[in-house]
Every structure is written in structure tokens, then in C-alpha cells.
Design a protein around this ligand. Structure first.
Ligand code: CDP
Ligand code: MG
Length: 172
């Protein structure tokens, strides 16, 4: 109990708390400490069929975990063309969409929801630029992909996309 009293040093970082504070005052009037609640965000991730085929699922998930993100949902599944069209609704009119649809429906993939501080931006940074040939070394695409299509991973690009994609993939 002593550890959690006013002004005590907490056993983990207290920056980025949801109320913007960096210390833990007592919960008003109770004499009890408030527990720190790290600011958190969820994002949707796909380990695309090339990641599964190439045996890179463990490598990629471990990069997200090593960064500090938590895996809160994880599913191995194969999607049909209708699901691909829904997921990539913003791209279905692109000339490059038909081959992308063939690719993402070509075998099993792994869908996941990751959680952590600024998870959306953090995952996009870990994933790297869309084109694996141009993605920076050290990123997932930069280290393992040589393609603008078969680029191993998807990560939501905004809070609105994350909400939409998590509902699309994980609501029963
Ligand atoms: O995935 P990201 O948000 O980085 O890229 P995007 O521009 O939203 O494109 C979605 C996905 O379409 C990419 O990740 C590629 O797999 C694929 N793509 C493609 O097949 N051909 C292109 N010229 C561009 C993207
Ligand atoms: Mg995108």
C-alpha cells in the first residue's frame, strides 16, 4: 500500500496519463490513491497472406509486442471477395484493386486489434511506407517486402478507420 500513496514512485512510467497528470493525487475525499490509466488507443492490423505464407507472423507480431503494444484480438482466417471489397472500400475503383483483391483472398491471413499509446500512428511507423522497395530499413515492409502490393501488413490510417475496421472484422 505504501507504494501507492501520494507522491510515491510508481513501478512504471506515468507520462501520458488520460487526465494529463504525471502524479497520482488521492481520489478526492477517499484517502485512496487513483490508479494510473495510460492513454490508450486501438488499431486494426492485418498480417496479409504473404506474411502467413512466408512464415513471418511471429516475427511481425513480436515487433508490435516488443514496441509495447498489446494484442487484444487475434484471428487466423481467409476472407472472400465481398469482405475484401468492404475492407478496401476506398480503393475498389482503383485500377490496381482487382489484383489486390486476388492477393488478399489468396490464402489465410491474420487479423488483429492492437492497443497502446498512439497505437494507430505507432503501427503505421513500424509498418513503413506502402511500397516495400522504398520503405525504410528497420520497418516491417522495409526489412521484408520488395513489393507495392505484397507488403505484408495493413494498419488503420485514422481513428475513424480503426473504428470502422474493428467493427467490420470483429463484430459478431
Ligand atoms: O496500406 P497503406 O495504407 O500503406 O496503402 P494504401 O495506399 O492505402 O493501399 C492499400 C494497399 O493496397 C497497400 O497496402 C497495397 O497492398 C495495395 N496497393 C497495391 O496493390 N497497388 C498500389 N499501387 C497501391 C497499393
Ligand atoms: Mg491505406
Amino acid at each position: 500500500m505504501e507504494l501507492l500513496s501520494r507522491g510515491a514512485i510508481l513501478p512504471y512510467a506515468t507520462d501520458n496519463l488520460i487526465d494529463g497528470s504525471t502524479t497520482r493525487p488521492e481520489r478526492a475525499g477517499t484517502g485512496l490513491p487513483r490508479y494510473p490509466r495510460p492513454m490508450t488507443q486501438r488499431t486494426f492490423v492485418i498480417l496479409k497472406p504473404d506474411a502467413v505464407r512466408r512464415g513471418l507472423v511471429g516475427e511481425i507480431l513480436s515487433r508490435y509486442e516488443a514496441k509495447g503494444l498489446s494484442i487484444v484480438k487475434l484471428e487466423h482466417r481467409t476472407i472472400d471477395a465481398g469482405m475484401a471489397d468492404e475492407h478496401y472500400a476506398e480503393h475498389v475503383e482503383q485500377p490496381w484493386y482487382p489484383p489486390l483483391r486476388d492477393f488478399v483472398t489468396s490464402g489465410p491471413l491474420v487479423a488483429a486489434v492492437l492497443e497502446g499509446d498512439e497505437a494507430i500512428e505507432v503501427v503505421r511507423a513500424l509498418n513503413g511506407a506502402t511500397d516495400g522497395r522504398k520503405a525504410a530499413p528497420g520497418t516491417i515492409r522495409g526489412d521484408f517486402s520488395l513489393s507495392n502490393r505484397e507488403n505484408l501488413v495493413h494498419g488503420s490510417d485514422s481513428p475513424e478507420s480503426a473504428d470502422r475496421e474493428i467493427k467490420l472484422w470483429f463484430s459478431v
